[in-house]
Design a protein around this ligand. Structure first.
Ligand code: ADP
Length: 792
């Protein structure tokens, strides 16, 4: 039976109800059988007994009936009054007529007083309410002449049954009471130990108290269950104790192993850092010297060989820098600095660096910098540039044809730029199952591609760490053969004071610009950009189409065209434009790769060349100048605002013009222990006529400082005997005591990390320059610090 309510019923109720139900069913069954049997017997006996009287009476009245003597019949019937239970007696003749009757005084007035109609030929009987009837034929000479009918009361029988009913009920109640007591005690014998066990299990589970034992109250199955439970708990307690010991032992072992591994890893990272640092010093010499060598008179072949040395050296430095970064990240010593930088410029720098390798493979470079975004931010511009360089470098490496697109999109909220920076290529793509792995150190997308594409597998891992330190996450989307997209979101505070390189929003409002470019992406970016300046933009994908459009109204005020058009070269386009009367006076800004630059400037002022991949600044300059040249109102407004001078030229930014300065009479002290480096620096700066002194270590540097009073010191940080930091401290101390003016000290250090810079600043240094030294960098620093003397 699986009635749900039965399943829910507590066990003790199940047992109790089973016993009670059995008791009731058995007792009721037995009782009913007994009563039925007894009543039947009683009735049989009564009938048999009364039948004797009836037969006697029938034979007594036989003669009287045959003679029709009704008085005798009546008196015979009256004698039946002494027989108990007889209610009535009748004599009926063979015609069914009543010939005599007797009614007991006990017969109630409402009772039936008539004989029951039964056939007289044979003996018969019938049951009435409270009585039963028997009929005996009256025979004379074997002929039936009538019948005697007798009604016998069944009252006594019913009284007897009532008596039994009461007795039965009492026995039943008594039996039920006994059964109840018995059932409860049996139920509790089963349920109590089970409940105890149940409580014990809950207790152990909740409190983990394995000391608990349940009493064993019987030796039946329940008793054994309790014993087994106790045994199981002791076993668990014992195993727990052993387990704890084992765990403790293992934890200790693990701790030791981890510590050892950490120490090993630290040692490895330190070794790597030291090694790469050590390698950078001779690299410094090699690259510096080669740079100088390349500036001497060389044959074409020598120049080629020199270029190979330069480019191999440069890639070696990149690898070493990667390893150094990597070991810093591993050692947790990698930090980002916060400084103002121009994000658009950083990306343009990267594009300029990779331009030639993209050009070699015929790849189109596209930069989209959302025009609504500010350009200046506070953050680690150098590291961000490293990430973008890495992503764009990979994109070029793994793309054979198509384009590389760098995009900066986002918005500004509460002074923070929320930026998404992405690099998308149309290259070989990355299989889905490798997408996660490539961010692991030393992981390359395809083991077999190592031969085809060189690399260390460190770039993405470093980039990922940098992006994470900046609070973002570097992700990739790609499918094999379908190009890749690397992207990350970062938040950078906007540098409110930064100068925007892009043209202010509505500078070209009211002017019409025609953009001519066959490449869809470049065309769209230019369209968006010029649109953001307020211009009304039209686009053309070919030279012919552009020439036709120039004839339409409104005529474009400025034309921006790509040199590589599908139907003509940039030169032919200029010729066609200038030969046409309608367009001959339109200013043209032409964008071309550097090898095509500078050749066809036919009409001064009307055709400006911008090198590709274009940077925003030269483009803005060319367009501004074109606006002035075209004599537009908007151009005049630019002259009035001072953005363009009266000759129609935009003043060039200072850093862009490395003016050749004169260093005669200026004394520079170089503190450097490495002979090669001494030579490199000396050679790099000697061209400007400086008076150069060399000191081999910090102590000598201090002595030379006191003797020579140089105008500037370039100080190596790590030197034997006395390092650069200590030497600087002594020099500053000397200056203070002797009320000397402060001499600029520039640290030359391979440790270009923020922490190292802080140490330098703390020691009293003014600036730093990263090794390996590059001529332009070192000259820029000297120029910066000696501006006044050198201008004089
Ligand atoms: P490396 O380029 O030195 O091998 P990276 O960490 O920069 O190391 O890249 C790891 C791997 O990720 C590469 O070897 C290459 O398989 C895959 N990968 C990275 N960028 C791209 C890309 N733009 N297209 C296809 N595969 C790429």
């Amino acid at each position: 039976m699986s009635l749900p309510f039965l399943r829910r019923m507590p066990v003790h109720w199940k047992i109790t109800s089973a016993i009670m139900a059995t008791t009731v069913i058995v007792l009721m069954g037995a009782y009913a059988a007994f009563v039925v049997l007894d009543t039947a017997t009683f009735r049989q006996e009564l009938i048999r007994d009364r039948k004797g009287f009836a037969a006697t009476a029938a034979s007594n009245v036989a003669a009287a009936l045959s003679f029709g003597d009704e008085d005798t019949i009546q008196s015979n019937l009256s004698s039946l009054a002494s027989v108990s239970d007889v209610q009535a007696a009748y004599v009926i003749d063979d015609l069914g007529l009543l010939r005599g009757s007797f009614l007991s005084k006990f017969v109630e007035p409402g009772d039936i007083r008539e004989p029951v109609d039964l056939p007289i030929e044979r003996e018969g009987g019938a049951s009435l309410r409270g009585a039963f009837v028997m009929q005996i034929p009256i025979v004379v000479d074997e002929e039936i002449i009538g019948a005697l009918q007798m009604r016998i009361s069944s009252d006594r029988m019913e009284q007897r049954a009532e008596h039994y009913r009461r007795l039965g009920m009492m026995i039943l109640l008594f039996a039920l009471a006994i059964a109840w007591i018995l059932a409860r005690s049996v139920a509790s014998m089963v349920t109590k130990p089970v409940a105890r066990l149940n409580n014990a299990v809950s207790h152990v589970r909740d409190r983990r108290d394995y000391g608990l034992r349940v009493p064993v109250a019987s030796s039946d199955e329940l008793g054994r269950l309790a014993e087994n439970f106790n045994a199981m708990i002791s076993e668990i307690a014992q195993r727990d104790a052993t387990l704890e010991e084992t765990v403790q032992e293992r934890t200790e072992q693990l701790f030791l192993t981890t510590e050892r591994a950490k120490a090993a890893s630290r040692a490895k990272s330190e070794f790597l850092a030291n090694m790469s640092h050590e390698i950078r010093t001779p690299m410094n010499g090699m690259l510096g010297m080669t740079e100088l060598l390349m500036k001497t008179d060389l044959s074409a072949r020598q120049r080629d060989l020199g270029n190979v040395i330069m480019s191999s050296g440069a890639s070696l430095v990149t690898i070493i820098n990667d390893i150094l970064d990597f070991s810093k990240i591993e050692a947790g010593k990698f930090q980002l600095i916060d400084a103002p930088f121009n994000l658009r410029e950083a990306i343009e720098d990267v594009m300029s660096i990779v331009a030639s390798s993209a050009e070699e493979k015929g790849l189109e470079l596209v930069v989209r910098f959302a025009p609504s975004l500010p350009e200046g931010y506070i953050g680690d511009g150098g590291r961000l540039r490293q990430v973008i360089t890495n992503l764009v470098g990979n994109a070029i490496k793994f793309t054979e044809k198509g384009s590389i697109r760098v995009e900066v999109d986002g918005h500004v909220a509460a002074g923070q730029g929320q930026l998404t920076i992405s690099v998308t290529d149309t290259g070989i793509g990355i299989p889905k199952d490798k997408l996660e792995q490539i961010f692991e150190k030393f992981e390359q997308g395809d083991g077999s591609s190592i031969k085809k594409y060189e690399g260390t597998g460190l770039g993405l891992s470093i980039s990922k760490s940098i992006v994470e330190l900046a609070g973002g996450k570097l992700k990739a989307k790609s499918a094999e053969g379908d190009g890749s997209r690397f992207f990350f979101d970062i938040k950078l505070p906007v540098d409110e004071t930064a100068e925007q390189l892009n043209m202010p929003k509505d500078t070209m409002r009211g002017l019409s610009v025609l953009v001519v470019d066959s490449k869809e992406q470049s065309r769209e970016v230019l369209e968006e950009l010029t649109g953001s300046w307020g211009a009304d933009v039209q686009t053309a994908y070919s030279g012919q189409r552009a020439l036709q459009m120039m004839k339409r109204n409104p005529r474009p005020d400025v034309i921006i065209a790509d040199y590589d058009l599908p139907d003509m070269t940039g030169d032919d386009f200029i010729d066609a434009m200038r030969d046409d009367e309608v367009s001959s006076d339109r200013p043209l800004v032409m964008m071309a790769s550097p090898d095509k630059l500078g050749e066809p400037v036919r009409d001064e002022g009307m055709t400006a060349m911008v090198s590709k991949p274009y940077r925003i600044e030269p483009l803005v300059r060319a367009v501004s100048e074109a606006m002035v040249a075209a004599g537009t109102e908007q151009g005049k407004a630019l002259v009035e605002s001072g953005r363009v001078d009266e000759n129609g030229k935009v003043p060039v930014r200072e850093e862009d013009t490395p003016e050749e300065a004169d260093g005669t009479g200026i004394r520079i002290l170089i503190a450097e222990d490495n002979r090669v480096n001494q030579l490199v620096i000396t050679n790099m700066i000697s061209g400007l006529g400086f008076d150069i002194e060399i000191a081999d270590n910090g102590r000598k540097a201090v002595e030379k400082f006191i003797e020579e009073k140089p105008d500037l010191i370039i100080m190596d940080v790590s030197m034997p005997d006395m390092d650069g930091l200590e030497a600087t401290r002594l020099i500053r101390e000397y200056e203070r005591r002797h009320e000397f003016g402060r001499v600029p000290i520039i640290a030359a250090t391979a440790h270009a990390m923020e922490e190292d810079r802080k140490r330098c600043r703390k020691a009293g240094m003014d600036d730093y320059i990263a090794k390996p030294l590059r001529q332009d960098a070192i000259l820029a620093k000297i120029r910066h610090w000696l501006q006044d003397q050198m201008a004089a």
